[in-house]
Design a protein around this ligand. Structure first.
Ligand SMILES: [Zn+2]
Ligand SMILES: [Zn+2]
Length: 419
């Protein structure tokens, strides 16, 4: 931990932060070189001669005869797991010490025990706010009893050669300057194909550049983004990914809306821009393909799509049915996005009653999807669409209706409003 420095990365909710920590020991061309890996965006990392690094984070040569991988960094999952183990230990030792609480101007803050891959803090406000109400208004001090703060930490290595990024066909060349200014990073995340013990692909991330673009959006678009984020996306920390309307998916759609080839220049009404983004999400969900903003040849949902693997009681399950229900899961997101787009575009401005209905349905949808996702991920019932995912064309409305009924029957979630 002493060899990292912190860099804030996300613009978003005030109580959720992202921090990227770069590993100085491995940052620089004299430390590592990137080698062709599983794809352009999943390179292998080779240590330069003489660079020392603990053997347990390198490729396990036990499985290889020629030792040809001996200087490569190994399974990114081990690195990430150990990183979080250290964070958890650190938090535990702070909590066991005498200075459990950090005093702040108007309150104090302390760490919650770190159980998931997330750093959580609890802020408690004292009753010692300035008595003068004018000061409270002027300094925008709001009385709140307590606040939970979540911090997503990401361990990263500086990408050693941004020049090589420019040669990749998926990178939009008009963002060359931004790339040179903010750089990109390599993070411990593998491509999810089954590599067995020899996994050594890491992931190239453009999160610093993304943050810069999101920060530079005008206030109109920031407002649109906030509204949509609160309506559709819920980020859950799970042991593995599962396709959903994550805030990353939404962020990507916004980057295309504002900075894409047909970028929105006029910032008309909130509903016009929101509907435009929803339309973009809808058509990408239909084709089950959404390019990443800085890696246009990569799917935002990954090169392997993971959905819950629905196997209903009393029915024979086959791979084919697994695929059919995996498509239903994606169609559920698609239908929900369409429902929102239709409601907003047809009934602007929304009446108070309609607004209430939309808000409660959005909350219900997020909660229901979360319940189902957590159940399947916990029980390791995950369906993988590995090759060409096709499109939602083959998923008929009748079959989808049947799926909605089954969700209701088996998990007690009623999502029939999206139909
Ligand atoms: Zn890989
Ligand atoms: Zn716009």
């Amino acid at each position: 931990p002493q060899e990292v420095f912190m860099r804030e990365r996300k613009w978003g909710a005030p109580d959720e932060f992202d921090f990227m920590q770069t590993l100085a020991k491995l940052s620089g061309t004299d430390k590592i070189s990137l080698q062709p890996g599983c794809s352009s965006w999943y390179p292998y990392i080779k240590l330069q001669p003489g660079v020392e690094f603990p053997q347990k984070y390198k490729i396990n040569n036990f499985y290889e005869e020629q030792m040809k991988n001996k200087d490569f960094l190994g399974n990114p999952r081990f690195v990430a797991t150990d990183f979080w183990k250290e964070i958890a230990d650190e938090v535990a030792s702070i909590n066991a010490s005498e200075c459990v609480k950090f005093p702040l101007t108007y309150g104090s803050m302390y760490f919650l025990p770190c159980e998931r891959k997330k750093l959580e803090l609890h802020y408690i406000q004292n009753s010692t706010l300035p008595q003068n109400v004018d000061i409270q208004i002027k300094e925008k001090i709001i009385k709140l009893e307590s606040l939970m703060i979540g911090v997503d930490l990401m361990l990263a290595i500086d990408h050693p050669s941004v020049e090589s990024i420019l040669k990749l066909p998926g990178f939009p060349k008009n963002f060359k300057e931004l790339l040179y200014k903010h750089g990109c990073h390599v993070i411990p995340k593998s491509c999810h194909t089954d590599h067995w013990a020899l996994t050594k692909c890491w992931f190239v991330t453009f999160s610093c550049m993304e943050r810069e673009l999101i920060n530079n959006m005008n206030n109109h678009h920031k407002k649109c983004y906030k509204i949509l984020k609160s309506l559709i996306s819920s980020d859950i920390t799970m042991s593995r990914k599962c396709m959903n309307l994550s805030s990353y998916t939404l962020k990507t759609a916004f980057l295309f809306h504002v900075y894409g080839e047909n970028g929105c220049l006029y910032s008309r009404t909130l509903s016009a821009c929101i509907c435009d983004v929803l339309h973009y999400l809808s058509s990408n969900l239909h084709h089950i393909q959404m390019p990443c903003f800085f890696a246009r040849d990569m799917n935002t949902w990954g090169n392997i799509l993971e959905t819950p693997w629905f196997q209903w009681k009393g029915e024979t399950s086959s791979g084919e049915l697994g695929y059919a229900f995996a498509l239903c899961w994606i169609k559920l997101m698609h239908k929900f996005v369409n429902y929102l787009q239709n409601t907003i575009s047809k009934h602007t401005p929304l009446s108070d009653k309609d607004t209430k209905t939309v808000l409660s349905r959005c909350d219900y949808f997020k909660k229901a999807v979360e319940v189902v996702m957590i159940y399947f991920v916990k029980n390791q019932l995950v369906y993988k669409i590995e090759k060409d995912p096709g499109s939602l064309e083959s998923c008929t409305d009748d079959f989808f209706s049947n799926f909605i009924q089954k969700l209701k029957y088996h998990y007690n979630v009623d999502l029939s409003f999206v139909e």
